[in-house]
Design a protein around this ligand. Sequence first.
Ligand code: PLP
Length: 455
Amino acid sequence: DLPFIQYGSKTKRSYEEMKKAAQYLPGGVTANIKHFAPYPIVMERAKGAYLEDVDGNQYIDYLMGYGALALGHGHSDIAKAVSDQMSRNGTFLFGTPHPLEVTFAKKIQSHYPSMEKMRYTNSGTEATLLAIRLACAYTKRKKIAKFEGHYHGGYNEVLYSINPPLSEAGKEEEPEAVPESSGLEPFADVKPLMLPFNNTKAAEKLIKKHSHELAAVIIEPVQGGFIPAEQSFIDSLRRVTKQYGIVLIFDEVKTGFRTSLGGAQQLYNVVPDITTLGKVIGGGFPIGVVGGKEEIMKISQPKASGDVFDAGQGKHSSAKDILFHSGTYNGHPTILAAGLATIERLEKDFDRILSYTNTLKRNIEYLGKKANVPLKAIGLGTIFSVVCTKENSIRHYRDLQETNLGLRKQLDFHLLNEGIYTKPLNRYSISSAHGERELEKTVKAYERVLNNRLE
Ligand code: PLP
């Protein structure tokens, strides 16, 4: 049993708020991921590196909006950019092209030159959905392949084997596609081919076997933002997908502007065919971007001589020739202003965030060693996760399952009591708001928990 007692007594109002919430929202939450047992902590305020809950407890935030907040909460550059943009425009939404769409694209491309042309969406989910449709249209093939343990959003084509029970997951070299949700049965014909991450031989074999029907291979180049692909694995994936005309999609929604400013593709020196971005580039507001080779992206280009009709308002003679991509809020001016301000600030602050991350990782491992608790802080760039294991390498989802997840959860709950917020079992995302003071507090909290509390 996990020691919830203290956590409960400090968070009475959270408990009450969650009971109220459950009357209106299934499970009291607006996304399943926000839930954890026995009940999630309800936050009321945030500033910089800190969250404050409805009971008035303060926490150093390491969730940072699931990695989206690279500058912490309420950064003044973003607040100013948003307010300037709104007052300058005189509107919150044009519904037409506007110049900031181009400024933002140029900024993204300066860090991601592989994104020769791009389109905006409202989330990472929509971005990968569009990337897959582009790949299918381009290759005229029907199937996609994804890796076990990788997340690309919550829709039918990719909602398989994100956290599969190992008893159902099949052989490592030939993983089963285990549905991650109920309600997928009617769409079973879009089930992806599952590939093993960081297993070059087996992944290549499967890709070759299905090469005639594969439109795309989609990958998180750093799984969950913290389990890096091996360089030789990524190189082989690039080679084999190119060889068989399969579109390689780098889903950099988590790793973009985190693994490095230029994402995982910069670090690995690989040019994917399509890249998807999200999270950081919205500065806390919802956004996604899909970009890639001009040859692929141009499939979504309206014909210069043709009109594009609204739903139900006109007749398309060539609907099958042009890839459908739409969205009332795509290229939202307020969000692009927030995103641009974020990237401009991050260009200056990235190295400092990276240095904080590396120091914290080193300290956690050192304290673990000192207290004889097997802890590894693994990851690349400004995200990492703490895994409880003596093993030196965690290469994929299955390795992670072998680690002591119970111990990690205990650690997380004790840290919550110490005012360190990580959603249990989640990764740590660092921001520019994390400084000396937060580092010291975090290290001391770790020290207390590791020395006194863990059973
Ligand atoms: N792809 C990856 C790698 C992600 O980490 C996420 C979200 O966590 C998504 C796609 C989906 O993005 P969103 O939550 O913005 O829809």
